[in-house]
Design a protein around this ligand. Structure first.
Ligand code: SF4
Length: 356
């Protein structure tokens, strides 16, 4: 017997928080961003889920079970990609340059350091420099390296889109111009590959046009919370960039890239009022910005994990996700229409499971 749609979303929210028992060969455990997971395909869609040995959710024979009940969700771990076996001419494993996310997304952190990584200023959910310290990546990826890996990942493993993020740099553009060069190089090697760039609001907004002219398909400008008190607590460094600056950057990005080609993360679980979070998501949608709501799952190496912060209640995750999905549906904004990026991939959020 399998469960119905409502229960399936509830189960997906619990799986996102409590994790699943499964052997997943493609994982990420440290790096930029808010989650720490194995990469799976659930009902044909990308999903990043924590791998937890004593989770009540078990993956067996391509299905998910809870207490012996088959939930009617098909699950396949993402296979280790072939490009992970290659190295550059100067001896750098491709896996240190970019990773497979989900079954078909190539993801890279072009600059793996951040000016805000000092303990007093870093975002408490981020561990961008930990994978560097662990020797799993290199500090800066050159455009030529990114082009070489992207070409191989598309040819050998069927990658369909790429995500380029960056740690914040000291320049006025906060690292955005470096992505212009990287996008150009990748598209010279793989013409037509959809690429999303992810940046902080750049001091000089003209770089948004440069990114678009270089060929980027979509852009993420990630605020994580719209509540200034929450921002100051969780992002002491990044919160010095005002919400007004974010709004200007989103509006210019929508003008340049188009409606629903711009997205932002909103994290569930930072202590923000839930109704305000949903209302804020509604205002973003009105601007043409896709609010990618994602449950916080504190990663190893983050200050949040060290503080013992827990993931949010799955009922809250389900509630926020369902309400934001309804607003997105009303506005006819689908994640896949972004063409590239986290909203198009969908793995770290439950929005696609809720129909967005
Ligand atoms: S949603 Fe974004 S961060 Fe998550 S797996 Fe997909 S591309 Fe990677």
């Amino acid at each position: 017997m399998s469960v119905g749609t409502e229960e399936a979303l509830a189960a997906r929210a619990e799986m996102a928080v409590y994790g699943v028992q499964v052997d997943a060969p493609v994982r990420r455990s440290k790096g930029a961003g808010p989650s720490d997971d194995g990469h799976l395909v659930v009902d044909g869609a990308n999903a990043t889920l924590p791998i937890v040995a004593d989770s009540p959710y078990q993956v067996r024979d391509g299905a998910v079970f809870r207490n012996g009940l088959n939930l009617g969700l098909s699950v396949e771990p993402v296979r280790r990609p072939k490009f992970y076996d290659l190295t550059t001419a100067d001896g750098i494993p491709y896996q240190q340059i970019a990773l497979l996310h989900g079954k078909d997304v190539l993801a890279t952190t072009v600059v793996q350091t951040c000016i805000r990584y000092d303990e007093s200023t870093r975002c408490r959910f981020c561990s961008i420099e930990e994978s560097l310290r662990a020797g799993a990546t290199i500090a800066a990826k050159t455009p030529a390296q990114l082009a070489e890996v992207a070409e191989a990942a598309v040819r050998l493993d069927g990658v369909t889109q790429m995500v380029m993020t960056t740690g914040t740099t000291t320049g006025r553009d906060r690292g955005a111009r470096n992505l212009v060069r990287s996008v150009r190089a990748v598209l010279a090697a793989v013409p037509g590959l959809p690429i999303q760039v992810q940046i902080e609001p750049p001091g000089d907004l003209s770089v948004l046009t440069e990114l678009r002219d270089a060929g980027a398909t979509s852009i993420g400008i990630h605020v994580e919370s719209l509540d200034d008190a929450v921002r100051r607590k969780w992002m002491p460094g990044k919160s010095t960039v005002s919400l007004a600056e974010y709004e200007s950057a989103w509006d210019e990005a929508v003008r340049v890239f188009g409606r629903n080609r711009v997205s932002t993360y909103l994290l569930i679980g930072l202590g923000e009022d839930v109704d305000e979070l949903v209302a804020g998501a509604g205002r973003l949608i009105e601007r043409g910005v896709y609010p990618f709501v994602v449950p916080l799952r504190p990663m190893l190496g983050t200050l949040a994990r060290a503080d013992g912060v827990m993931a949010p209640d799955p009922a809250v995750v389900r509630d926020v996700t369902a309400r934001v999905a309804a607003l997105l549906a009303e506005a006819n904004m689908r994640g896949t229409d972004q063409g590239a990026g986290c909203a198009a991939c969908g793995a770290c959020s439950l929005l696609s499971a809720a129909g967005a």
